[in-house]
Write a protein of this length. Structure first.
Length: 372
């Protein structure tokens, strides 16, 4: 039986640096740089020997998933690693592609790499869709700021009692008349750009709704919609960003994945805990914190929430109600102790992830029962 070869690949758009570490404590060998093409990768695998004796590691990035899927389709075990989770020496100030590939091979051999979860093609497509919608919302917000600051500079303010970006506010914008023709053109251009951004969001919302219903993750998305503050877009974003919830054995692991666990710096008898780490998944953290703001209100099942819960089982509805009771109590207790609203909502968001984890496992249990 041949020894296992641990292969480190530093992947870029046009080229891949290759290093190999044999079993034992021998030196890592550099195999140079190959073109980043499917043919070159297949030739490399044939050159390295039997596929059963190979293990490959590469960093997650814009090119990582495609290479991972090619290698796994060829029967070669592949590990994708987040760059932030690759251990680095404090005094190392030299970074090259070959050194990175060599380090990946060495750490893979020693078992010090933490594999990242890799979505399948359908899951990655859903993730791209919800992130495109997030980009569209940011674009809309940017255009709103440009328009509002332009009008404020010219002394144009909405009438008293008109809330920004409501229907009445838009009616006022359409009636604004400026003295200079050039500035009137600028106003119309800003309005046109804002309308295009709003229409783009509407198109993406329709596409998300269609894909979510046809997706294999539809049962989980429907279950998450039972939670207060979690409508279709938020539920689809959570599913797209978290992926397979079953890989988290405990809810605290999901909380750490979102970067919502407290940081800590302890030494000896001294223990110091700080704010949340924010080192996890920022897309997931953003939508969960937004949903957590809904739990500052007293528990109730309104018309919209009741409509989203139609057809769902009693167990899922029970989890949703327990979440309302617990999270609202936690918010009021923390604010009553003098915590700021932002800190209280962060704590609520962390516990909301625990209920999301429970809902996901309830859906998985239901699937197993139906299959049996």
């Amino acid at each position: 039986m041949q020894d296992t070869k641990f292969v480190g690949l530093d992947v870029h758009q046009d080229a891949i640096a290759v290093s190999v570490a044999d079993e034992g404590r021998g030196e890592v060998r550099d195999l140079g740089v190959i073109p980043h093409t499917a043919e070159a990768v297949a030739k490399l695998i044939r050159r390295l020997g039997p596929k059963d004796n190979l293990v490959v590691a590469c960093e997650a990035g814009s090119c990582g998933y495609g290479l991972y899927r090619q290698l796994t389709a060829m029967g070669v075990p592949c590990v994708v690693v987040a760059p932030s989770r690759v251990p680095k020496r404090p005094g190392d100030r030299v970074k090259t592609d070959r050194r990175d590939a060599r380090q990946l091979a060495r750490l893979l051999r020693s078992g010090e790499l933490t594999p990242a979860w890799v979505p399948d093609a359908e899951h990655e497509a859903l993730r791209d869709l919800v992130r495109a919608r997030e980009d569209a919302k940011e674009d809309q917000q940017r255009k709103r700021h440009q328009l509002s600051k332009f009008l404020l500079r010219l002394g144009q303010r909405p009438p008293q009692g008109v809330r920004p970006w409501t229907q009445r506010h838009r009616q006022w914008l359409d009636q604004v008349k400026l003295d200079q023709p050039a500035q009137q053109i600028v106003l119309q251009e800003y309005l046109q750009a804002l309308d295009e951004a709003t229409e783009r969001i509407a198109r993406l919302d329709r596409e998300i709704a269609q894909r979510a219903e046809a997706s294999a993750h539809a049962p989980l998305i429907q279950a998450l919609k039972a939670l207060r503050g979690v409508a279709l877009t938020t539920a689809a974003t959570i599913v797209a960003e978290v992926g397979a919830v079953a890989r988290f054995r405990k809810p605290t692991q999901l909380m750490a994945y979102a970067g919502l666990v407290p940081s800590e710096h302890s030494s000896g008898s001294r223990r110091r805990r700080g704010g949340v780490t924010k080192t996890g998944h920022h897309h997931l953290r953003r939508v969960v914190v937004e949903a957590a703001w809904h739990y500052r209100h007293p528990p109730r099942v309104g018309i919209a929430l009741r409509r989203r819960q139609e057809g769902l089982g009693a167990a899922i509805k029970g989890i949703s109600w327990r979440a309302q009771l617990r999270l609202n109590h936690k918010y009021r207790r923390l604010v009553g102790r003098g915590k700021t609203k932002q800190k209280a909502i962060t704590a609520v968001a962390r516990e909301l992830l625990g209920f999301i984890w429970e809902l996901a496992h309830e859906v998985e249990s239901a699937k197993v029962k139906q299959a049996a």
